[in-house]
Design a protein around this ligand. Structure first.
Ligand SMILES: Cc1cc2nc3c(=O)[nH]c(=O)nc-3n(C[C@H](O)[C@H](O)[C@H](O)COP(=O)(O)O)c2cc1C
Length: 184
């Protein structure tokens, strides 16, 4: 099973990267790849409509670093979208990534490369985990709309590396990974 972690954190050595490292270790037997979105040339969707005309076949007209990420997304059985919570929301690169997935689907249903993907979420936050509520909600709607399978959320509230390595969150990471694997 191929799992790609798309990580929206700007900090390669920060809390969210530490969390995804722990999750990846728990995904035994899976082919896991992590992609850091920050630092890439990654525009948000420009709503040019080209992808909706059918001829693009899952391609986007914006030629930036999202183009190879489409391939990684399509080749994955499961996707973990990871982000620190910024202003009760995803980081800017994570939002850009999400909006660009629009190109994998056409509204006339002739094309849907999102259908059937398992999509799970991993967050760290400075406050309690309820601050991720609208992010979880939006991805649940995303999954319903694009016929993907919502596969769970892992949060580390009051995040620090020590907190991530507490027994409780290590066990939660194991459960989160096991549930993702069991979803197949
Ligand atoms: C600009 C900014 C906005 C933030 N907004 C929130 C927030 O709305 N809620 C929250 O709980 N934490 C918030 N935080 C704290 C981060 O989510 C938290 O420190 C996180 O673990 C950082 O992860 P990182 O090390 O991967 O960057 C914010 C941090 C920054 C820098």
């Amino acid at each position: 099973m191929k799992v790609t972690i798309f990580n929206g954190t700007p900090r390669r050595n920060g809390n969210t990267a530490e969390l995804t490292k722990c999750i990846a270790e728990c995904l035994r037997g899976c082919d896991v790849e992590e992609v850091f979105l920050d630092g890439l040339s990654l525009s948000g969707c420009k709503n040019c409509g080209a992808c909706q005309k059918g001829a693009m076949e899952g391609r986007c007209s914006v030629e930036d670093d999202m183009i190879p990420l489409y391939e990684k997304f399509v080749e994955s059985d499961a996707i973990i979208l990871a982000s620190p919570v910024y202003m009760w929301s995803f980081t800017a690169p994570a939002v850009a990534f999400l909006t660009r997935l629009h190109a994998l689907y056409t509204e006339d249903h002739s094309h849907n490369l999102i259908e059937g993907k398992r999509i799970a979420l991993a967050f760290t936050m400075g406050d309690d985990e309820f601050v991720a509520a609208q992010m979880v909600n939006s991805v649940m709607f995303f999954c319903e709309y694009f016929k993907a399978e919502y596969a769970g959320t892992m949060c580390v509230p009051f995040a620090s590396k020590d907190q991530i390595h507490r027994h409780l969150y290590q066990e939660k990471a194991k459960d989160f990974a096991a549930a993702l694997i069991a979803s197949f």
